[in-house]
Design a protein around this ligand. Structure first.
Ligand SMILES: Nc1nc2c(ncn2[C@@H]2O[C@H](COP(=O)(O)OP(=O)(O)OP(=O)(O)O)[C@@H](O)[C@H]2O)c(=O)[nH]1
Ligand SMILES: [Mg+2]
Length: 466
């Protein structure tokens, strides 16, 4: 296979060869299943590769060898020229029995510039992914809904466009030997196609997010409140969502199992909606993140934001992930107004997967989270069902304040008291109920002010707040 940098291209041009010869670019739908692919990994300096490797594992790709070069990244080719040549020679000369037999992917442990990507691709002549391309391929493999596919494709096309522009630039300046004006024209035609597709995808995305915003407005009007679950990828958002709503979502020990927002009702109260969404990751370029903005705002524009933090991470990872999560939430998804009123905005935090932690470990991790400014902090385990009731109570308390005691007045005439009771069940969450001798019913309920006012005014005087 001579193709090098596989681009995820406009459908109109399947396998269209932009450039011939060394460093050619083949265009076509990127594959979605990478299970069992063999790759080599290039690493500069002393970087921590743990997260990168778990992204790779998630996709079922096998790293046959990691190759290190000390020192700073080379802006031209990531590795220095000589070292890159060594890798290239070894790839070319591999014979039967060579450990690199079957390697068709080179991974670079960085968010590479288009120039670096093109250079590594030119040298190695197999497919090349940097961190962003790895993430995009992972998103692509996990995108199941139309919405997710649309946003992933937007991100992918944007990223491919930067490489195409680099190629066009190198061709124009004569840096790429052997390609004349025909190469540039062909590249520009492809770029134009990409632009066209991007425009139409963005239109589709806009339409979808408008419809979502309208649904959100309707929910608010009907008196429902929304709790958004946010957090680093794999923090346990979908597991908690499933536990509390009973609504089936994908839970996997994989990064980015979830790519879109799912809204479900809190099992204990239909008035409370929960929103599970895509997780955050450190250091994603803003153009890539923007593609997911609509999905995220579906969950983050909520009455209460719950930030989930995986307590099983090391202290260092915990700090890194909380910081990344906060950066994303603060910088991108709260508008200026909300940022200024951050104190009033309802945010709480929960440490997840705590069942295997010792008391000391939990205390230490709690104090780290608190240092990041989360004063309202809980600790839960979905698997062992620890702290879930407290979590639900804390959530309801943040949303509604304290419980309200309501009296339902019994009467021989008019609507039955059970009818009114069912109205209360519909509007809030009943936590205690007592029937008095005269048939009146007293209930303690978590309810928002708006719903309470509506209940009382529609009750013909049969519902009173105590
Ligand atoms: N030990 C333990 N593992 C848990 C718990 N809750 C969730 N997990 C595991 O953590 C992994 C990730 O869970 P998900 O619920 O998919 O996490 P997520 O935040 O939705 O992840 P993405 O959608 O991929 O970003 C799964 O393997 C879960 O089984 C828990 O209470 N204890
Ligand atoms: Mg999930």
């Amino acid at each position: 296979m001579r193709m090098t940098l596989r681009l995820f291209m406009a459908k109109q041009e399947p396998n269209f060869e932009v450039l011939a010869g060394a460093g050619g670019v083949a265009l076509g739908e990127a594959r979605t299943n990478h299970e069992g692919r063999k790759a080599i990994l290039l690493i500069r300096g002393q970087e921590d590769t743990t997260e990168f490797e778990s992204l790779i594992n998630t996709m079922g790709i096998v790293i046959v060898e990691s190759i290190y070069q000390p020192g700073e990244q080379d802006p031209k080719g990531y590795f220095g020229k000589g070292r890159l040549q060594d890798v290239s020679d070894e790839l070319r000369l591999r014979v039967a029995g060579h450990p690199w037999q079957g390697v068709d992917l080179v991974l670079i442990h960085t968010n590479a510039t288009p120039r670096q990507l093109v250079a590594v691709s030119d040298a190695t002549k197999v497919e090349v992914w940097d961190r962003v391309r790895l993430l995009l391929s992972l998103f692509n493999a996990h995108a199941n809904s139309l919405e997710a596919r649309t946003q992933v494709r937007i991100a992918r096309l944007q990223s491919d466009r930067t490489v195409l522009r680099e190629l066009a630039n190198q061709t124009t300046t004569g840096e790429r030997a052997g390609y004349g004006g025909g190469g540039v024209t062909a590249l520009q035609a492809v770029i134009a196609n990409v632009n066209r597709e991007l425009t139409s995808l963005r239109k589709r995305q806009k339409k979808h997010s408008k419809a979502q915003a309208e649904r959100r407005r309707q929910r608010t009007r009907s008196g429902a409140v929304t709790v958004g679950f946010a957090g680093y990828t794999n923090a346990g958002k979908s597991s908690l969502f499933l536990k509390m709503s009973g609504k089936e979502v994908l839970v996997e020990d994989k990064l980015f199992s979830t790519l879109e927002t799912t809204v479900g009702r809190l099992a204990a109260s239909p008035r409370v909606l929960l929103a599970d969404t895509i997780g955050f990751i450190d250091n994603l370029p803003s153009a890539t993140l923007d593609a997911f903005r609509a999905t995220l705002s579906e969950a983050l524009e909520c009455d209460l934001l719950v930030v989930l933090v995986d307590a099983t991470d090391s202290i260092r990872e915990l700090e890194r992930k909380i910081s990344a999560t906060q950066r994303e939430i603060n910088a991108r998804y709260l508008n200026q107004d909300e940022l200024e009123n951050l104190d009033e905005r309802k945010i709480m935090c929960a440490l997840t997967k705590i069942e295997s932690l010792t008391t000391e470990q939990l205390l230490e991790k709690k104090s780290i989270v608190k240092r990041h400014g989360y004063s309202s902090l809980l600790a839960i385990s979905v698997h062992q069902e620890i702290g879930l009731e407290e979590f639900q109570d804390a959530m309801l308390k943040q949303l509604f304040g304290n419980t309200v005691t309501i009296k339902l007045i019994n009467s021989e005439t008019g609507r039955s008291i059970e009818g009114y009771l069912s109205d209360v069940y519909e509007s809030g969450m009943i936590i205690d109920k007592k029937q008095e001798k005269n048939g009146d019913i007293l209930v303690d309920v978590w309810i928002n002010q708006q719903s309470l006012a509506r209940l009382v005014s529609n009750s013909n005087g049969r519902i009173e707040v105590k």
